[in-house]
Design a protein around this ligand. Sequence first.
Ligand SMILES: Nc1nc2c(ncn2[C@@H]2O[C@H](COP(=O)(O)OP(=O)(O)OP(=O)(O)O)[C@@H](O)[C@H]2O)c(=O)[nH]1
Ligand SMILES: [Mg+2]
Length: 567
Amino acid sequence: MQNKMDKIQNEHIYKIKEIANKLSLNFIVKECDEIEERLGLGSFNLVFLGQYKRGKSSLINALIGEQILPTGVTPVTAIISVIKYDEKSSCIVRKQDGSTETIDLKDIYLFATQEQNPDNTKNVEHLEIRLPSPLLKRGLFLVDTPGISSVFESNTKTTKEFLQSIDAAVVVLGVDPPISYDELDVVREVKGFVREPVFVINKVDKESRESIDTVKNFTVDILKKEFGIENPAIFCISAKDGLSRKVSYDWQEFLNKLEKMVENKSQIITDSYKNTTTRLSNKLLIEIDRLMRALSEPLENTKLKVEKLNELKEESAIFIRELGYRFQSEQDRISQLIDLEQKKFFDEHKKEIDAEFEALFESFLNRPDERSEFYYNSLHSIAEKYVNLWMDKIKKDADRYYSEFSERYFREFREITSKIDEITGDRDFTNIYEGLRQEMYPKSDFYFHHFMRYTSTSPFKFILGIFIPKKRRILMMKDELKDYLDWLIYANCSRYIGDINQRIIESRRRIEGDFKNRILFLVERMNSAIDYASRMKSEGEARISSELKNLRDMRSFVEGILNEVNH
Ligand SMILES: Nc1nc2c(ncn2[C@@H]2O[C@H](COP(=O)(O)OP(=O)(O)OP(=O)(O)O)[C@@H](O)[C@H]2O)c(=O)[nH]1
Ligand SMILES: [Mg+2]
């Protein structure tokens, strides 16, 4: 059964590749090669993703038991490295122009690091490292990636394209601070490719058991609330311990999970084959349609379209920049408005807050023997009460402001996308950005529910002088306690709005970067269609009609594959 399935999978990819080859669609051929390799070897890509400095490279090193990938305190990884099994160690640099170079393992840092290869000026597509590691031999490619912002926003198309080849993912999170909006973005992105990402909270060697548990629960809560992920595979680990072969925290459980993935790899590979085949077939259909249009219409029309598209490319660069400025100032205005409202609200409630604080403080005088944490923690209930009151008041307004804001942004954005679709004759662009509208303003309010507070490593300035009587000591703490209460309220209120703002800016940047890449790609494809159509047309009518028939046949063949794969 499995063999039969393997055969069908290989045939589908083979056919897609054959058609792509005939039509000189190298970007599709390349992806076919990659998936063919994995299907052939029965291997899958396990991609490590996460924010800068979370310890992705360190974790891979720990898994292979060697310090192969460069790691460091400043952002290090600049390009993707794929680590595969071989009896002999080696490293090949695969360049963007298709050329390759074999290098010594000790020279990996010359290509992989931001320091030696800033913004990938060496035009590396990825590094292919081969090692005789037993884990790799089980049918797994370990993939190291640069910290997230550079992965998802970088204009290097290749990095993004590589992400299409995720079969399984480990999202590396940190203990400090617990999961951030940036990291939620990674999860969101990964969820689009992978059914069940594995989560790792790394560097737990730096924390107490108590705060590790807090961070883990917090993360599980958020994954459930934000993405509906129930019972995520989540492991608190220390890559540092792992590398020195020390089994600590959930390290063994994490290894067991990887082992399980390897055991179930045929499911992972089948899923991946389905996604890839569907994606590549759809890409192929778009290209076939483009070529058919170019063949059927006068060449002048296609040329005119490319000219218009080129103009639009310039125009939209300016438009998007201006749109960005305009929306930034509007976003600032909304923030200021909310800040003012916040100030007004807390001015109005100042008396009540002060009174509650005084009453609580009185009660402290009767309990002079508590540890200082007790007094600080008691303030949380006051802070939480007023932060919640404020949030209840502002949330509706904020929701309205921000959703109107993103609606407007997309309305304007759609003007360009529909212009592009008008020129090309399909709904590609509009469709792509329709779905993103919801993403821009997240109805996420997780910080609202997760109160920020000082944790284990106490930042309190207060030093308990052992010669001062306890009652007097508490009195001395009064100012500091009040400061802490004010901080709690202020920090939690500001964090909510700050996070939303940050999120909108990130989404906008991502959408705009993505848009730029897409339009460049479109111009390139339209130009190829012109070349192709001119070649055919120079050979006369008969050639055109036989080629059109070919394209129609290819089209129905690809549709057939899509049907088979998805039914
Ligand atoms: N204490 C501790 N430090 C760690 C651990 N894992 C990684 N580090 C340190 O964290 C820093 C970043 O580690 P890297 O592995 O380079 O992180 P990365 O996610 O690959 O970083 P980029 O490639 O820059 O995105 C290094 O200084 C590591 O030594 C860990 O488990 N415990
Ligand atoms: Mg790294």
